[in-house]
Design a binder for this molecule. Structure first.
Ligand code: FES
Ligand code: FES
Length: 160
């Protein structure tokens, strides 16, 4: 069936199966940033924002995502906040193969959009649903904390 899907501010017409998962529809539309990892909701590599909330796109039927507005790493990575998060992960060595990174960037983006001063518990809870096979998590945690510090500094500068 033909449906309209709004991704990163663009409305696409796309032909889907009734039981098609959002991750696959996004890939049909050439949004390859959300990664296919476990496909069981356990790794977080497929996370996208659905009406501004992080969701595992491997678990959602595309029909369930209508008429939501979706944001993927393709759009988020180019925002000032997205760039700050990515650079902080690079600077701390929180990126190695990068497969888990889009999902982690999106969850951190959500955290920083919704918490002015995230606590350790908030940070761990945001990262809780993400698996990484390379970094051992410590560097990711350091990267997210560095991003938070940089964002707070930028917000202070803007308010001066
Ligand atoms: S691929 Fe969706 S959670 Fe792992
Ligand atoms: S950097 Fe390779 S899975 Fe996380």
């Amino acid at each position: 069936m033909l449906v309209k899907l709004r991704v990163n501010g663009v409305t696409h017409s796309v032909d889907i199966e009734g039981n098609e998962k959002l991750l696959y529809t996004l890939r049909k539309l050439r949004y390859y940033g959300a990664k296919s990892g476990c496909e069981t909701g356990n790794c977080g590599s497929c996370v996208v924002l659905v009406d501004s909330i992080p969701k595992n796109s491997c678990l959602i039927y595309t029909l369930q995502a209508l008429p939501s507005s979706l944001e993927t790493i393709e759009a988020i990575s180019g925002t000032e906040l997205g760039e700050t998060i990515q650079q902080a992960l690079v600077d701390t060595g929180g990126i190695q193969c990068g497969y888990c990174t889009p999902g982690i960037v999106i969850s951190t983006y959500y955290l920083l959009k919704n918490f002015k001063d995230p606590s350790e518990k908030d940070i761990r809870s945001a990262l809780d649903s993400h698996l990484c096979r390379c970094t051992g998590y410590k560097k990711i945690l350091e990267g997210v904390k560095l991003a938070i510090t940089r964002v707070k500094d930028k917000r202070k500068e803007k308010n001066q």
